[in-house]
Write a protein that binds this ligand. Structure first.
Ligand code: NAD
Length: 336
């Protein structure tokens, strides 16, 4: 079925379902979701960095046509070599796409990109998906902006890092209506293994920020524990094997251990390059701090972790993987 014809039928289905009852809405969403899993779509992709480039590649492997944009010419060139069609603006991408996915650095860039994308109107069938990590309140504002132009939006941030993006094993946390979740699920399954509906708009971001606060804290816990154990004379591998079969075990001790040579593909083995940058975890803990203040929630460990990562960033180490905290602590020696 030609895509245009397919989306016309979808629109009719959607209107019919909305006019009638919830069970029809459910049927529409199921139909769209299974279609998104098996059909080929025009998918816009904006932000082709460490995460976005890999996510777009996985959609190409699933047979989708990718219309892409990034402000960095090198990112565009690389994406073009992998089969993406490059456009000159986010607006041009949106005009050509059934779904648009954004994977951008921060609140302001995400909001401005959507503002530019929809300012002259959009096709009401287009479904916009933001997978960047941003403030839940900004996600809600973007949803209002897109809705005011007649189209749909969900926030769908991810966890799983660059390796998860590469291997299409990301976890997606979706904020939106159940029907919108059902609409995007099939497409997201082309890039991830677990797609969870977290609630209304902004709830995907709320889940992501809370997860990353936990991650930021636990990484520092592993860094200072490994440093102490090694200073006490324990063999790093022996001690790490103990943690990983004991109650201290976590992602930072198993998959992304901060001590070089302990986790097979960890950035620590590559001078802390690649992976999840200290600048990004600093940003995420700043977001956690903002929502914690707004909701009057005490986050003592999150706040300390934020300041530790911020200190590293201020020292010019923002581009290192966040496990670099281990090296930072290791270099703290007594002068006595
Ligand atoms: P990145 O810096 O590697 O990529 C961001 C891309 O956006 C770059 O290619 C940049 O040129 C592009 N860009 C910047 N401004 C733009 C604009 N106005 N228009 C179009 N493109 C623009 O970052 P990343 O690691 O890919 O992370 C992207 C998002 O995903 C962030 O919000 C981050 O917090 C989140 N995230 C990252 C990871 C990770 O492990 N790296 C994991 C989960 C979530």
């Amino acid at each position: 079925m030609a895509l245009k014809q397919f989306s016309t039928i979808m629109t009719k289905w959607q209107m019919h379902a909305l006019k009638n009852n919830a069970s029809l809405t459910k049927s529409f969403s199921k139909c769209m979701s299974s279609s998104a899993a098996s059909k080929s779509f025009n998918v816009g992709f904006i932000g082709l960095g460490n995460m976005g480039s890999r996510m777009a590649n996985n959609l190409i492997k699933k047979g989708h046509k990718i219309n892409a944009f990034d402000v960095a010419p090198s990112a565009c060139k690389e994406a073009e070599s992998k089969g993406c069609t490059i456009y000159g603006s986010p607006e041009a991408v949106a005009q050509k796409s059934d779904f648009v996915i954004t994977m951008l650095p921060n609140n302001d860039i995400v909001y401005d990109t959507y503002d530019e994308m929809v300012k002259n109107g959009v096709n009401s069938n287009t479904m916009f998906i933001d997978s960047s990590t941003i403030d839940p309140n900004v996600a809600k504002k973007v949803q209002q902006l897109v809705k005011s132009k007649g189209a749909s939006f969900v926030d769908a941030p991810v966890s799983g890092g660059v390796m998860g993006a590469e291997n299409a094993t990301l976890t997606f946390m979706v904020g939106g209506t159940k029907a919108e979740y059902d609409t995007v699920k099939g497409l997201l399954e082309g890039m991830g293994r677990r797609i969870t509906h977290c609630g209304d708009y902004g709830m995907g971001q709320a889940a992501k920020i809370c997860n990353n606060m936990m991650l930021g804290i636990s990484m520092i816990g592993v860094c200072e524990t490994m440093n102490l154990a090694i200073r006490l004379g324990l063999d790093p591998k022996t001690f790490n094997d103990i943690i990983n079969s004991s109650t201290g075990q976590c992602w930072s001790s198993t998959i992304n251990n901060p001590v070089p040579g302990l986790s097979e593909n960890a950035p620590a083995n590559n001078d802390y390059r690649g992976g999840f940058s200290t600048a990004l975890i600093t940003k995420d803990l700043g977001l956690a701090s903002g929502v914690a203040t707004a909701s009057n929630s005490p986050i003592p460990m999150g706040a300390i972790a934020h300041q530790i990562y911020r200190t590293l960033t201020c020292r010019g180490l923002g581009n290192k993987d966040f496990s670099y905290v281990y090296e930072f602590l290791k270099n703290e020696q007594s002068q006595n």
